[in-house]
Design a protein around this ligand. Sequence first.
Ligand code: 3PG
Ligand code: MG
Length: 424
Amino acid sequence: MAKKTVADISVKGRKVLMRCDFNVPLDDQCNITSDDRIVKALPTIKNILDRGGAVILMSHLGRPAGERDDKLSLAPVARRLSELLGLEVVFAGDCVGEDVRAKAKALKSGDCMLLENLRFHKEETIKDKAAKEDAQLRQAKDDFAKQLADLADIYVDDAFGTAHRDNASMYTVPQMMKGKPRVIGFLIEKELKFLGDTVSNPEKPFVAILGGAKVSDKIRVIENLLDKVDRLLIGGAMAYTFFKAEGRAVGKSLCEDDFLDKATGLLERAKDVGCEMVLPVDTVVAKEFQWHGLPARENTAKMAVSHKIVSGNIDADWQGMDIGPKTRKLFAKKLSDAKTIVWNGPMGVFEMPPFDQGTKAVALAVAEATDKGARSVIGGGDSASAVEKLDLQDRISHISTGGGASLEFLEGKKFVCLEILDEK
Ligand code: 3PG
Ligand code: MG
């Protein structure tokens, strides 16, 4: 059944506690380097304010160790939000406590307040499994959640990027607010619709592209997609585990020896279910140098000096860094007639040119297929930033705001914090 959204409830004169994912990238001066996640929360926030509600926003930022860390304050987000909304967002110096309660109480219709980073309190990230087994942890998580829950009349969850977590603000707070409206916002609604429709009702051919460093990270995604997709293109370092499983030499490339059997099993299962698994046919390899005394980044810059393209085996001392030019063409061809595309994970070490060429070529091929009418969905994280770097975001149907969350969605997992919210 579909979840109730904020559009289904009356907010006039009421206080709305809204969980967002304002986990934005910051530079070392604490400047926001991409406000994408803030911008994408605006439709829900504005909708509530325009209809006479008052909004209390809450989020995490980074992974502080359960205590205050000024570098991870949400103050820059409050400033950016004030600019984007054109109103003064009240910023609370904490997320719980007397001052927060007083500020929340004083809010009038159309007012917006942002609480400080939830993860400055260790209770926020207590896992529910741990809380079930330990009464003290249960009490701590519940007490913290209760303080948040008591601030408002309505709960809205619009934090798709955090939807795979059972943090107190996502899971315990809505449970504490039982009897009051508990709904999703427009961002989560859109993410669920795009990701859900794409996987459950794809127009064929359906092509998935998976990359990134580890097969182990993507096994469940591959297993879940194998009998849904027509083709599965594998790039990134995870391809080398498949190479080795096929009996090819991988030199010094990243390779998960513990997963060779699993990789063989996946290749076999793909054959059984009629899914075409496409592995790279050539690889850009680099030689590893030991430049003692140089920082790691300069080390790898030196590696770029000595690189070449190989097909077949990768010699000892050489390391796979990207898919080669023939593979880029092959992958583009396999995408050219696609009607549905899902992409998660870069094809190579894309943050280090010239090993960004494979990821760029795939991004372009996805955009071109989309121009021709394909529906394309890109999981957040690295593939999303590659697309943004190339300024191709307008030629992709949907770029998820969730990295880990979109991956877990593609694994077919259920999000417990969404399951407990109100249904239509
Ligand atoms: C993310 O950026 O992936 C989300 O904000 C979740 O953050 P987390 O992985 O630290 O829970
Ligand atoms: Mg993450």
